[in-house]
Design a protein around this ligand. Structure first.
Ligand code: TYD
Length: 204
């Protein structure tokens, strides 16, 4: 079973997924829906450990990091107190900035991709999935402009491989996942409009 009323937004670092999540949340709220926005890695204890690796405060192996991401994901979905499954039951529309597709795309660069798929296989697909596609070059330019210390995966050659992994997995999604590809090189407003036009037709 796919996760009901759940929208996943994916894209490379700097693609603008967080901005789009917030804009779409506002649109849904304006329609009177209860909305819960979230992201992976989460801000919960396991997610914080992941961030320490991304910020190069902790060094570990690509496989250990892959397991941490999927462990954070399990907690994100199934935690008794704050898990998304509970929120869905309570009638929330969920929007998440990244989900298991990020693991296949990113961890698939340095680990065996079939292994990454296997450790994420148990997590259900969402009802809705958006891919905000940007070139790795423009992502790097946006990241440079931000000026802060670069995270682990914020490298041009790496992001090129991530993009390929994204495109490959999105070309064979299972039935029942509503998928939208958006050209993320367009303006923020254009991308928002495209996502909202599609959502209005498929989720309201
Ligand atoms: P994100 O929070 O979107 O980046 P930012 O630091 O700009 O807010 O994501 C953090 C990084 O984690 C990003 O490079 C993508 C990566 N990531 C994975 O490698 N695997 C995963 O499963 C997830 C959810 C994220």
């Amino acid at each position: 079973m796919n996760m009901k009323n759940t929208i996943v937004i994916e894209g490379l670092d700097g693609a603008g997924t967080t901005t789009q999540m917030n804009l779409i949340a506002k649109r849904l709220e304006d329609e009177g829906k209860k909305v819960f926005i979230t992201h992976e890695p989460t801000d919960n204890p396991i997610g914080r450990m992941v961030r320490d690796v991304l910020q190069k405060k902790i060094k570990t192996t690509p496989e250990a990091l892959a397991l941490l991401f999927s462990s954070d994901r399990d907690d994100h979905l199934y935690n008794d107190e704050y898990g998304l499954m509970k929120k869905i039951e309570q009638g929330y529309y969920i929007i998440t900035d990244r989900y298991k597709y990020s693991s296949v795309a990113y961890q698939g660069v340095e680990c065996d991709i079939d292994y990454i798929k296997r450790i994420n296989d148990r997590f259900p697909h969402p009802s809705h999935l958006v891919f905000v596609d940007t070139t790795p070059e423009s992502c790097m330019a946006r990241i440079e402009k931000r000026g802060s210390e670069k995270e682990l995966f914020e490298r041009l050659e790496f992001l090129k491989k991530v993009r390929e992994n994204y495109l490959k997995q999105f070309s064979s999604l299972p039935h029942g996942v509503n998928y939208l590809y958006v050209n993320g090189e367009k303006t923020i407003e254009e991308v928002e409009e495209e996502i909202w036009t599609w959502l209005k037709k498929t989720i309201l």
